[in-house]
Design a protein around this ligand. Sequence first.
Ligand SMILES: *Cc1c(COP(=O)(O)O)cnc(C)c1O
Length: 363
Amino acid sequence: MKISIASPDIGEKEISAVRQVMESGMLAQGKKVLALEEKFAEYCQTGFCVATSNGTTALHTALLGLGIGKGDEVITSPFSFIATANSIAYCGATPVFADIDSEFNLDPERIVEKITPRTKAIMPVHLFGNPASMGRIMEIAKKHSLAVVEDACQAHGAEISGKRAGSFGDAGCFSFYPTKNMTTGEGGAITCNEAGLADRCRMIREHGSRKRYEHEMVGYNYRMTDIAAAIGVEQLAKLEGYNRKRIENAGIYGSLLSGIKGIKIPQKKEGAVHVYHQYTIRVQKELFGMDRDSLAKSLSDAGIGFGIYYPKCIHLQKPYLGKEGEFPESEKASWEVLSLPVHPKVGKEGIEFVCQKIKEAAR
Ligand SMILES: *Cc1c(COP(=O)(O)O)cnc(C)c1O
């Protein structure tokens, strides 16, 4: 059996939608992008959506739109994809890291300790599709007058008490990379409720221009193409079905793995919808009798794709060189995490096979 860690689902609908755009001759940002923006804003329960070229440019644009710049500090997680911190650095601001909780998201109490007079924003990451503690984070932000930009690049459709990821903060940022819960090839989106912010983001995306050939600032070309948006409109229509399947798959993993000593399965908060962008277990070496990398190797030998997100924390990467031991929870996570195939096409038999191999390794 061969099982991959990700498997984008591109069908006839996507192909014919792309063909239509190609035949129209209007390839760049146009009607399809507008259609995707409208539908995605509605899906995320926000007033506005601004599509961008990818998730990283969505984050950069949202921060710029909120006025983040040189000398500012933005508090974020050191246990994320590097784009989270890079988008802050692009603005000339400094990413200030705060440690994570046991479920890999920013720990609100660690955020409080990092607030200084320079702090301008908090960027929580809904890692693996599990929403961060937004109630507490929004309270902290309000108390200290900080902006909040949600890195929702892994959390399309995640919820807390019926409220969607991307609708809590001043802005939410999404990625439509092929491995994410929905794709446009490359693509991204900003969601927000404030018309002025949406307008500034559009301007930044268009070389700082609201009116053709009038430029208010040094902006960027961060546009999405209509080709990408055509894929996105079809994918968005299927997103709920994809997420349901991921949640179902996670349930099967949960029941098969819960008895194994040294394997810690993901937990979600009460009232939260976790959309399992990744199904990430912890391999507790002492209890399991084998470390994460050895288990990963035995899965790989059996033809099972896996992911290690992330093997090295951001504060330990060259551009952000911090100290080892500075964020113990994040560093511990980087040694223990192992993501198993949970995408909609895995199938029950595939999951049973993966769990069987884990059980065999445990012996
Ligand atoms: C994918 C991802 C991004 C960046 O998105 P791209 O579309 O790849 O630029 C940012 N943050 C997180 C947490 C991501 O998973």
